[in-house]
Structures are given as C-alpha cells and as structure tokens.
Design a protein around this ligand. Structure first.
Ligand SMILES: Cc1cc2nc3c(=O)[nH]c(=O)nc-3n(C[C@H](O)[C@H](O)[C@H](O)COP(=O)(O)OP(=O)(O)OC[C@H]3O[C@@H](n4cnc5c(N)ncnc54)[C@H](O)[C@@H]3O)c2cc1C
Length: 413
C-alpha cells in the first residue's frame, strides 16, 4: 500500500490524524476493522505482520495453537546433524510486541461465515471483518500408517526428531525407504533433497546402507539432472510410478503398486490436502483438496470475506514457504485496500525459491517468478524467470543460510 492509499485508508476510517495504539480484543462494536489470521506458518505470520506493518488502523489477531513454530525449511539438515531443531524454531513474541498483533494460542474449530466469526477450541468466539486462513496441509489417510512408528517429518518438530533418532539407531548396512506422494505436494524438491542428505550421511555414518526412493510420480518432479546425478553417485535406488497403497507400521513395509518394500527405517510422506479447516468450511473447491482463490486478493472463490494463502491455496503456484511469504504480502495489501473501499492491485507478482542441500556441504537451488495474467485470471510462470543451479556447490550451501535468514526475518521478526 503506497502512502497516498494509506492516507486515504486512514481518512476513510476517520483516523488520518491520530493513529490509535492497539487496543486489545476487538468486538464487532468497534469501528476499527478486525482481521483474524488462522495459522502462524510462513503464510499466516507474514500476513499478520505486514497487515500491521502497513497499517496501524486495523487490529489483527493471529490464532495458532503452538507457541513455537518449527520451520520445515532446513529441517532435512536436522537429519544429518547439521542443524538442531532449536536453530529452526521461532516464536511469536516479536509479532506481538513490535507489531501489536494479538496472538492467541488456540485451534480454530469452525468458521461461521454468515456471521463473520470463528470459534476457538478454548471456547472463545472472534468476530472478523476479513478472515485470512493459512493452515498449511493435512495428511490423507494411508491404510495401516501409524506416524508414531513411521514418521513423515513433513511438518517439522517432533516428527523430525523421531526420524533423526530412527536413522541414528539404524544398523550399518541397513535400508532407508521413503515414499513421495503424487503432485501437488508441499515443497517439490524437498523429498529428493531428503533422499540425498540421508544417503550422504549414511555413506559415512552407516557404511553399506542403502536408500530406496518410492515415487508416486512418473519421474523426478524438479531438478531432474541434479537429483538424478546425485542419486547415481550415492547409489540410491529410485523407483518411479510406485503408488503407496498401505503400510505395515510394525514391520516397516510400504505396500505399493509395484510391490512391497521393507526398510530398517521407513519414512512415508502421505498425500496431502489443504488444512482441515479449509475442507470442513466448504472452501476446498479445487479437486476437493485445495482452496480456489482470486489471485489478486487470495479471496476464496467459494465464500466472501475469507482469504486463503500458503500451501492450502489452489492457484497452481508451488506449495512452498518462500512463495507463501509472497502470497501473504499480496493478500495483506489487498485486504487493506478492500477495507478502504479500493480495489486490489491489478498486476501482482510472486516468486518462489528453494535451496536444496545435496550433501552436508553442497546445495542446489531453484527459482521461479509468477505474474498475474489478466486474460485467464491466473498466476502464470514467467518462463524466462525459471532458473536452477547448474551443479551443487559449497557456495550455494553457504548462500542457502543467507536466504533462509532473510526469509525467517521477513516472516517472524
Ligand atoms: C523438508 C522440507 C524442505 C522445504 N524447503 C523449502 C524451501 O527450500 N523453500 C520453500 O519455499 N519451501 C520449502 N518447504 C515448504 C515450506 O515449509 C511450506 O511450503 C510452508 O511451511 C508452508 O507455509 P504455510 O504457512 O502455508 O503452512 P505451515 O508452515 O504448515 O503453517 C500452518 C500453520 O497453521 C496452523 N494451523 C493449522 N490449522 C489450524 C487451525 N484450525 N487453527 C489454528 N491454527 C491452525 C498450524 O499449527 C501451522 O503452524 C520445505 C518443506 C519441507 C518439509
């Protein structure tokens, strides 16, 4: 939002000369617009921050059940002991203290769209003028899968620790089996990155061990040359078109369309959908799994005044944290404009970036820009923007931490 728009916005709210301090809980009786944000990941935390960074004339409540957020980005480096979970964890203190965001540690049980309110598990009801939902993903059921025995580690935290411990306890000469769901899924290069990081670690720490990658997709989804070369050098057994049908969690067997694969450690990344609140609120109108939105504002195409960003959105943009942060800014700007009676910016651009560690000292990268196409009303890849590292290098590995430091700061600080 530019200065002129911001002034118009404040003026429209009668706040042009006095910017009120955050007053605490907002009810429908106040004249200040109240925006509720569900989910404090890369999408939701960024949206909450930028709403208040760009306007002190709105009140923002962020609802997130956990006091600590563990970044999935860099979490594969916990598996090979290059990072601790503590180094990729964040809290919401800065968002509360510096930006005046009201942070509520609770779970949103349901949304009452006609009455513009959300019900929290703890019993509170929050009214909203605009609702932004960023609940990430939920995993779909896989017969026999017990994630306390067979971790996904695709949401970081205790699951990451569990997988790291299982790898540490694996015998030398053992087998690590992992499954990759069909697209779309969270972080296209992420599973291949994990296979490389684990294979590299096993080489030196568990000699004679083997990595088997069961991919539901017909081929490596992104950076095929980089990951294909790494798999060849590590001796990874890559099995395409292996659709997961079930799991024996006690015996650590993956039942697939191409047969059974038993591991000493089994890592199953189940197919996923938008977060549960999206599905139960009638917002999953893209394939019954993702939320259809207008990419100018990320307003749901199913329910008015509700916006969906991050991995839950169904625009076709990648499900990744960097672009979730970008979508959040487009959305925050649009919400402030809509609240002031203006239209969203007509030509939004987002970008995606993924750095992938290939070993404990080298990394690759992938980047792409998406621009709004007025004819189709969709976000389209700008072809000439698409880039990938020619080869994994130690320089890329160092730059990976510069990139994450910027992204983490832009989201949580
Ligand atoms: C191994 C790995 C590597 C990755 N590497 C990269 C990378 O290099 N680059 C990149 O861009 N991305 C990467 N990603 C992807 C990135 O982590 C995700 O795309 C990103 O976290 C999505 O952000 P989000 O805010 O949509 O969801 P999340 O980060 O999952 O946050 C959702 C939040 O919503 C909360 N929530 C859910 N439902 C409710 C509810 N009903 N009420 C209240 N709160 C709720 C949850 O508690 C959670 O904190 C990687 C992912 C993995 C697993």
């Amino acid at each position: 939002m530019n200065n002129l728009n911001r002034r118009q916005f404040l003026k429209s709210l009668g706040l042009a000369s006095t910017v009120a301090a955050f007053p605490g809980i907002i009810t429908a009786a106040t004249t200040r617009p109240h925006i509720v944000v569900i989910g404090g990941g890369f999408a939701g935390a960024t949206a909450a921050k930028y709403l208040r960074h760009w306007s002190t004339a709105v009140d923002v409540t962020l609802v997130e059940p956990n006091a600590t957020y563990y970044s999935p980005i860099l979490s594969n480096l916990v598996l090979n002991n290059q990072r601790s979970l503590g180094q990729i964890s964040f809290n919401y203190n800065t968002l509360a203290q510096k930006y005046g965001i009201r942070v509520v540690n609770d779970w949103v049980d349901s949304i009452d769209a006609p009455n513009q309110s959300v019900q929290l598990r703890g019993g509170t009801t929050l009214n909203y003028d605009r609702l932004i939902i960023a609940p990430g993903i939920q995993f779909m059921d896989v017969p026999g899968l017990d994630s306390t025995k067979v971790p996904h580690a695709w949401q970081a935290g205790p699951q990451t620790t569990l997988l790291q411990q299982q790898l540490a306890a694996m015998p030398a000469g053992g087998t690590f089996v992992m499954t990759i769901p069909g697209t779309p899924y969270r972080c296209p290069p992420g599973p291949y990155e994990r296979a490389c990081v684990v294979a590299d670690w096993l080489r030196t720490n568990k000699p004679g061990s083997k990595v088997v990658v069961l991919d539901a997709n017909p081929a490596i989804v992104v950076e095929a040359a980089t990951f294909g070369n790494a798999f060849a050098s590590y001796g990874v057994q890559y099995v395409p078109n292996a659709t997961l049908q079930g799991v024996d969690s006690d015996q650590r067997i993956a039942h697939t369309s191409l047969g059974d694969f038993k591991g000493d450690v089994l890592n199953v990344i189940p197919p996923h959908s938008a977060g549960s609140i999206i599905l139960q609120s009638g917002l999953a109108n893209v394939g019954g799994r993702w939320a259809g939105v207008n990419p100018l504002s990320y307003e749901s195409t199913a329910v008015a005044n509700i916006h969906v960003i991050g991995d839950s959105q169904g625009t076709g943009q990648p499900k990744a944290g960097h672009i979730a942060n970008a979508e959040a800014k487009v959305c925050a700007d649009a919400v402030l404009r809509l609240l002031s009676g203006a239209q969203p910016y007509a030509a939004p651009v987002t970008n995606s970036a993924c750095y992938s560690p290939i070993s404990a000292s080298t990394a690759s990268w992938l980047t792409a820009v998406y621009a709004y196409d007025q004819v189709s009303g969709t976000m389209k890849l700008v072809p000439e923007s698409f880039g990938a590292a020619a080869t994994p290098t130690s320089n890329n590995y160092r730059r990976m931490f510069d990139w994450t430091a910027n992204l983490f700061n832009d989201t949580f600080a």
